[in-house]
Design a protein around this ligand. Structure first.
Ligand SMILES: O=C(O)c1cc(=O)[nH]c(=O)n1[C@@H]1O[C@H](COP(=O)(O)O)[C@@H](O)[C@H]1O
Length: 236
């Protein structure tokens, strides 16, 4: 989808990083109309949250299933084929060529959009070098974006810090989905490459993924509304 085709409200994706399906459903109820797009990741998926993907999708919400798949190509392909039946809008895989190729094969002609995770937002250059990588963050993000585009991946997950350079590489052919979002004054936690919601949109991000600043807020709905207002303001 081009930026103009994305409903402004859909640009905020709230990560339901909560311990149980009951807690996640209570949060969805609490957030009400303020949030249209939810992410289900490790914590909830491994706590029985996969059926919630279909339940939320059937209720009219959009779902980003964040399983960050990475395995031999055949296994990734078969896993993605199973996931196409859940009704998610987005699915993450790590941006390794064999993994991305397998995911594209498994997705087939379904409507599931594949996002490649370039370099996790908790990593900086030192973390990459410690993990054995030769390239720094910006070089590796760009190299992986080029490979993802060539393999038919639909979007990229990166920090908003890389949104400007990624847009030059992929134009509007791929969606840029950015975690590492921190409203002014909120705790950074383990994130290292962060931006405020407004700055991330101005930098060219299509979707903002926000977890703890919303789900751990004393008033999650008011926090989500404030982020939505910041996004709308940045979009002009
Ligand atoms: O794929 C992701 O969603 C992801 C990629 C990345 O590089 N960094 C990152 O933080 N995420 C996810 O985005 C969410 C961010 O959560 P908060 O740091 O609590 O806002 C978490 O669910 C992460 O798993």
């Amino acid at each position: 989808m081009t930026p103009a085709e994305i409903a402004p409200k859909d640009r905020l994706i709230v990560a339901l990083d909560l311990p149980s399906v009951d807690a996640a459903e209570a949060m969805v109820t609490r957030l009400g109309d303020s949030v249209t797009f939810y992410k289900i990741g490790y914590r909830l998926a491994y706590a029985g949250g996969l059926p919630l993907v279909t339940k939320l999708a059937d209720s009219g919400k959009k779902v980003f299933l964040d399983l960050k798949l990475h395995d031999i190509g055949n296994t990734v392909s078969q896993g993605v084929e199973s996931i196409t039946r859940l009704g998610a809008t987005f699915l993450t895989v790590h941006a390794y060529p064999q993994t991305m190729k397998g995911a594209v094969e498994g997705r087939g002609s379904s409507k599931l959009k594949l996002l490649a995770v370039t370099v996790l937002t908790s990593y900086n250059d030192d973390d990459l070098h410690a993990a054995g990588f030769r390239l720094g963050v910006s070089e590796l993000v760009e190299a992986r974006a080029q490979q993802a585009r060539a393999l038919g991946i639909d979007g990229l997950v990166s920090s908003p810090e890389e949104a400007g350079s990624l847009r030059k590489i992929v134009g509007h052919k791929m969606n840029l989905v950015t975690p590492g979002i921190r409203p002014a004054g909120s705790a950074t936690g383990d994130q290292k490459r962060i931006m405020t919601p407004g700055r991330a949109i101005a930098a060219g991000a299509d979707y903002l993924v926000v977890g703890r600043p919303v789900v751990e807020a004393s008033d999650p709905k008011a926090t989500a509304d404030a982020i939505q207002a910041e996004i709308a303001h940045a979009l002009g």
